[in-house]
Structures are given as C-alpha cells and as structure tokens.
Design a binder for this molecule. Structure first.
Ligand code: T46
Length: 135
C-alpha cells in the first residue's frame, strides 16, 4: 500500500509560519467540506469506517495523532506530527485515528459533502466491498 503524504510549503518569516492550501493545486481534488476535531480524550480511537466515494487530506495542525490505514489487504500506521504535512486518504480505505495528544487539532479537507450513506461502518462489509470493487 502506498502512503501519500503531502509536504505543504510553509511561508515563514520573522512573524512565524503560514501554510496556504488551494484546491487542485495543493490538494488533489475540489474541496467541498472542511471539518476538524479537537478535545479528543486520552485513549480515544475514532473512525472505524471506510467511504465509498470520498477523498480526504488529514492535517494535524496542532499536536499529534496517528492514523491507521487499511485497504483490506494491508495496514499501515502513519504518525501526523507536523502542521505542514497532509495525509491523503482515498475511498475504499478503512481508517482509525488514535494516540491524540491532548492539544491535537486534526483538520480534514474533504472532496464531498457529508453523506452518512457513503460510510461503510462494518468491517466485514468493508472487506466484501473491497472484494467486489477493487480486486
Ligand atoms: C473520516 C474521519 C477522518 C457531521 O455532521 N458532518 C460532518 O461532516 C462530519 C465529518 C461529521 N458529522 C457528525 C456525524 C457524527 O454525529 O459529527 C459526528 C461525529 O462524526 P464521526 O463519528 O463520523 O467522526 P469520526 O471521527 O469517526 O470520523 C470522521 C469523519 O466522519 C470521517 O469521514 O474519514 O473523521
């Protein structure tokens, strides 16, 4: 499984750092939705689902967390520790986010609007979906 991590360009000067993200140019899709999570309790794991039709970029803009990606054949753990790195998460990819530092803010740029029917929340159903669509 190939992990795609984008290293964004920080524009730094004596005032500090600034990262600008433009759809299509810095992000490989049109961004229809932005959300973020924070105040994530110790030991919490989130996610536990895949999407049928959604591309996302995850950026831990403060603090740190880990993301487990699972394509149904292989699992990889990706630490997110820098505000200028973005993890690309394709459709048909099971994801779990965990090991949030107490100050973590995880920003997500998404290619589609929120749609509960796009979620696959059952792992066996995910494996079936992979077998029918990706193999
Ligand atoms: C994903 C990972 C990385 C909304 O109303 N609109 C939204 O756009 C989102 C994302 C969520 N919600 C509501 C639905 C739930 O009542 O917020 C609540 C928490 O969402 P959820 O339990 O799905 O959160 P996570 O952290 O498990 O997953 C989220 C995204 O849902 C998911 O697409 O890839 O972050």
């Amino acid at each position: 499984m190939q992990i795609i991590k984008y290293m964004f360009q920080p524009h730094g000067d004596e005032r500090g750092q600034l990262v600008a993200l433009e759809e299509v140019k810095d992000i490989p899709f049109h961004v229809k939705r932005v959300y973020f999570m924070y105040d994530t309790g110790e030991g919490v794991r989130r996610g536990f689902h895949a999407h049928r039709n959604l591309e996302q970029i995850l950026v831990c803009i403060h603090g740190s967390c880990k993301v487990l990606l699972d394509n149904g054949h292989e699992k990889k753990i990706v630490p997110l520790e820098k505000p200028y790195e973005g993890l690309y998460v394709s459709n048909a990819m099971w994801r779990e986010m965990y090991d949030f530092s107490s100050d973590a803010v995880l920003l997500v740029l998404a290619s589609e609007l929120y749609d509960e029917s796009d979620y696959i929340r059952d792992y066996d159903e995910f494996l079936k979906y992979i077998g029918e669509n990706n193999d």
